[in-house]
Write a protein that binds this ligand. Structure first.
Ligand code: ME8
Length: 479
């Protein structure tokens, strides 16, 4: 049986169109999904949109639309952006989908049955931008640091989940890496959060109109975060497709940024434990894309439009830049200047130049790459070394190391060209010229195959140019 790989992105809020920060996670997930497909695994790659709650209702009102009309339009802009960026998702879940609502109802009824829910009065501060309750301690100058807005004082009757009952178990699972949290600093951060008094967790809101009714109290809407987390199971048939559900759950990887760690690494596992479902295997937490050091965010208004970028620079350049420029897991600044520099040095001069030089010389020497081409020892061992590095980096989700290993092959080819001077060999030693150029073409084929998850269009174009239309999976072994 094929190994499965279930990977998710967060579902993004539909108060505004996507930006390059949301594209960052989605591109990263797409690269991993493509890589695991290449390994022959059965991949399910889920993304989608988070469409309920006060924040969306307010944005719709401001635009003079009903919430549904409003989100329908925004969802189109997400789908368009993902198409432009060549994101090959398996499914796109919307929290306004019937399948999602039905799944959430089933989940909440189970949660109620577990006896871990009770009603209580809530008085406290709420940040609509974060869609979460916030403590005074978290505020800076009386404002939410992420949204630069004062929270609202709320006093209402809510249903609460007995989060505290599950925290010791969650802690153990994280400590023992049964639930892996990466990078290590984030695991530490979650474990220290677990030492604080987190209190119980409100799962409903009384005065919110735009949301999913609690199945056991229609006067209340499900708290937007509780239903959002459910998307990871409702999309794979939690309600009524047990075959599909059992095939893919638990998720192999939830990819998120550090803003939503608490929800994913503490609340989500606790909710799953309460109703007896397995926990995701790994949560990988990446850093923020910043603009002049400040987090790029819809609420701060410093966002960059991915569609504009793709139209100007091409999808592959953006995909490459995002994953090469910033070490995945750390924060990193997004700048057009750096993007253009990287494009010129790595893509046009590095990769593009190599391919066009070798192709021109090969045509002159009449060399065509056949599938049975055997590499010579030196080339072969370099290719294997790079494959090893690349696979290790991909397993560890270190995209820039994986890309660096590909560029190692590019430098290897450049050095070989400098050493052998094939342009001279073509004139005075045809046999040697053919040998050298065949090896170079074989290596370029390998470069194109390794590049495919990151730069699918470029990879296809190179394979076409070297007349290797078929994707030769055998050249991409798991080492
Ligand atoms: O939090 N840098 O939605 P959201 C890097 N609906 N990644 C960024 C980013 C930045 N500047 N800005 C956004 C929500 N992201 C909830 C999620 S999931 C069950 C519910 C990415 O639209 C990153 O993945 O605010 C971050 O975690 C996510 O978008 C937040 O998206």
């Amino acid at each position: 049986m094929k190994k499965k790989f279930y990977i998710t992105t967060p579902i993004y809020y539909t108060n505004q169109a996507p930006h390059i920060g949301t594209a960052y996670t989605t591109v990263a997930a797409d690269v991993l999904a493509r890589y695991h497909r290449k390994l022959g695994e059965e991949v399910f790659f889920l993304t989608g949109t988070d469409e309920h709650g006060e924040k969306i209702a307010q944005a719709a009102e401001k635009a003079g639309k009903t919430p549904q009309e409003f989100v329908d339009k925004i969802v189109k802009s997400f789908k368009k952006a993902w198409e432009k960026l060549n994101i090959e998702y398996s499914d796109f879940i919307r929290t306004t989908d019937e399948r999602h609502k039905k799944g959430v109802e089933k989940f909440l009824l189970k949660l109620k049955e577990s006896g871990k829910i009770y009603q209580d009065e809530y008085r406290g501060l709420y940040c609509i931008g974060c869609e979460k309750f916030i403590t005074k301690k978290e505020l800076i100058n009386g404002k939410c640091p992420d949204h630069q807005k004062e929270p609202k004082l709320i006093s209402e009757t809510n249903y609460f989940f007995k989060l505290n009952d599950f925290l010791p178990q969650v802690k153990k699972l994280i400590e023992s890496d049964k639930l892996i949290i990466e990078p290590k600093e984030r695991k530490k951060e979650v474990l220290s959060l677990l030492k604080q008094d987190l209190g119980n967790f409100s799962i409903s809101r009384q005065n919110v109109k735009w949301g999913i009714d609690l199945p056991f109290d229609k006067e209340q809407k499900t708290y937007v975060w509780v239903e959002a987390l459910q998307n990871y199971i409702t999309a794979i048939g939690y309600k009524d497709d047990s075959k599909k559900f059992n095939k893919y759950w638990p998720a192999d990887l939830h990819l998120i940024a550090k803003d939503i760690v608490k929800f994913h690494a503490i609340f989500w596992p606790a909710l799953l434990l309460a109703i007896g479902l397995k926990l995701p295997k790994k949560i990988f937490v990446h850093g923020y894309l910043t603009i002049n050091g400040q987090k790029m965010s819809k609420s701060l208004g410093n966002v960059v439009d991915p569609i504009y970028l793709v139209d100007k620079y091409g999808a592959d350049t953006i995909r490459y830049f995002l994953l090469k420029e910033i070490s995945f897991g750390q924060d990193g600044d997004f700048s057009i200047k750096r993007l253009e520099e990287r494009y010129n040095s790595d893509l046009a001069n590095g990769l593009g130049n190599l391919v066009s030089r070798v192709l021109t010389l090969s045509e002159k020497a009449g060399v065509i790459l056949s599938n049975s081409e055997e590499s010579d020892k030196e080339f072969n061992s370099e290719i294997r070394l790079v494959q090893e590095k690349y696979n290790k980096a991909m397993e560890e989700i270190k995209f820039n190391d994986a890309l660096e290993s590909i560029w190692q092959l590019i430098s290897f080819c450049d050095e070989c060209i400098e050493k052998n001077k094939p342009w001279e060999l073509v004139e005075n030693n045809q046999d040697k010229a053919k040998e050298v150029l065949s090896q170079l073409l074989t290596t370029i084929r390998e470069i194109a195959l390794l590049l495919e998850p990151f730069m699918p269009e470029t990879s296809e174009e190179i394979l076409k140019q070297i007349k290797q239309n078929k994707k030769t999976e055998a050249l991409f072994p798991r080492l």
